[in-house]
Design a protein around this ligand. Structure first.
Ligand code: GLU
Length: 465
């Protein structure tokens, strides 16, 4: 079987991590099986859909490296096709016009509720052999309803939830076209999944209730229903459904906050799927390992700390050159001119081990691009005590002829510390202060190296003058 999966988002605004996971799993399943991955934009709710939201979806997918074989295919461009199928269904007697007015339907529902029955359409306009239908009222445009089987059951073996079986008596005749002729959501999904030859529908489990209706329509059209895998919801850290209202971050927010796509992808991969106890893996490994058998059966819960941990891991292990290019825009945003001053790749390499996000690297990098500090005499005196000046002077004298390497700088420090019987902080703190007017910096030998010997000497000599 040639595997074909799809991601079918409704572009109605906010895209959180849970939404993107619904794209990632069908994508990985298609890639694993050398199949096709289709992007379908479910934009028939024209009031809520926006092009901006489509942009965000496309951008998020591209950022994470989810490539698409077909699409984006917009449902709004397929309206003629849906109408054509509705015509065919009317001709074949698979669907029928229903003239029950809105008020009548509401009254029916109210009666059913009073009688403690499940509210459902009563089949008044459903044609049957020997049945006499009411007279068609004047001036009423009908909806079109699907003739759901009256008896028997509809079932499927869900790849996540196991066998699900629903009695057809539970399902009334679904409206497939509204009074203005526009097709309804559940109907479009069926036609698309059939036309696009989707073999596996991997989607959120908020669609489980739609599935029996969709399967019945497919069968009526003599289509073969796909395999369904309904993914349990993603909850936020408080255990609530993820949404913008309760503080979920959008994919763009993560990008802007300096997360790496590798970290997000790795995180999402594990948010509802597992491969033994593997926590860190590449995208290729994910694709190689992905299967439907190891999808989680219970809701996944977002864990920001874990995501940060993964981001830190990918930052720490990134190639410094590539990383520097990723940090550069964040640094420029902070007003740092990364082209003048110390080599930005070296600065990034020095700072990456302590950073959780690209922004944190950019923030820390500022230190190296600010002009030499102007020290006030009092602070200078407080931070560089008189007693340390001889050692500092020795350091400056020796530094000019010292080889510029981390190792040589380290050895030089050791030598001076021994000579003056000092501990590292006693010398390193004043040096840091002299260089940057702060004592919070990475290792002093690396700092001297990255700032450059000339610049370091000039700043150190200034405080000794
Ligand atoms: N458009 C639906 C949504 O965004 C998904 C429908 C489907 O995957 O079948 O929730």
């Amino acid at each position: 079987m040639h595997i074909r999966t799809r991601f079918a988002p409704s572009p109605t605004g906010f895209i959180h991590l849970g939404n993107l996971r619904s794209a990632l799993y069908p994508w990985a399943f298609a890639r694993h099986n050398k199949g096709d991955f289709i992007l379908r934009i479910e934009d028939t709710d024209q009031e809520r859909s926006s092009l901006e939201a489509v942009e965000v979806i496309l951008e998020g997918m591209a950022w994470l490296g989810m490539d698409v074989d077909e699409g984006p295919i917009y449902q709004m461009q397929r309206i003629d096709r849906y109408r054509q199928v509705i015509e065919q269904m009317l001709e074949k007697g698979l669907a029928y016009p229903c003239y029950m007015a809105e008020e009548e339907l509401n009254a029916l529902r109210d009666r059913q509720m009073v009688n403690k029955e499940k509210p459902r359409y009563n089949g008044l306009w459903r044609p049957e052999a020997g049945k006499i239908l009411p007279n068609i009222p004047e001036g009423v445009s009908p909806v079109i309803r699907f003739k759901n089987p009256l008896t028997g059951t509809v079932s499927w073996n869900d790849a996540v939830k196991g066998v699900i079986e629903i009695s057809n008596e539970e399902l009334d005749d679904l409206v497939i076209a509204r009074t203005d002729g526009t097709p309804t959501y559940n109907f479009c999904v069926v036609i698309d999944d059939l036309d696009m030859k989707i073999t596996h529908v991997i989607r959120g489990d908020d669609h489980v209730n739609n599935t029996p209706r969709q399967i019945n329509i497919m069968k009526a059209l003599e289509g073969i229903p796909p395999i369904y895998a309904h993914l349990p919801t993603v909850l936020n850290e408080a255990g609530e459904k993820m949404s913008k209202r309760n503080g979920a971050m959008s994919v763009r927010d993560y990008q802007k906050a300096g997360f790496l796509p590798e970290a997000i992808l790795n995180y999402l991969a594990r948010l509802g799927w597992s491969h033994g106890d593997a926590e860190i893996f590449t995208c290729q490994q994910f694709v190689d390992w992905f299967d439907l058998e190891h999808l989680g059966r219970s809701p996944a819960q977002h864990n920001q700390e874990k995501l940060i941990w993964l981001n830190h891991h990918y930052i720490q292990n990134a190639d410094p050159k590539k990383l520097a290019e990723l940090v550069r825009p964040f640094a420029e945003e902070l007003g740092i001119d990364t082209r003048s001053g110390p080599d930005f790749v070296e600065v990034t390499a020095l700072l990456k081990d302590r950073a959780n996000t690209l922004i944190e690297i950019a923030e820390a990098a500022k230190l190296f691009y600010l002009p030499a500090p102007e020290h006030s005499p009092e602070l200078l005196h407080a931070n560089i005590p008189e007693s340390i000046r001889p050692a500092l002077k020795d350091l400056v004298d020796a530094l000019s002829s010292c080889e510029a390497s981390k190792h040589a700088y380290g050895a030089l420090f050791k030598q001076i510390l021994a000579k003056y019987q000092l501990k590292m902080p006693a010398l390193a703190m004043p040096v840091r202060y002299a260089l940057f007017a702060t004592t919070q910096t990475p290792g002093i030998d690396s700092v001297l190296l990255v700032l450059g010997k000339d610049e370091s000497l000039s700043r150190l000599s200034k405080v000794l003058a």
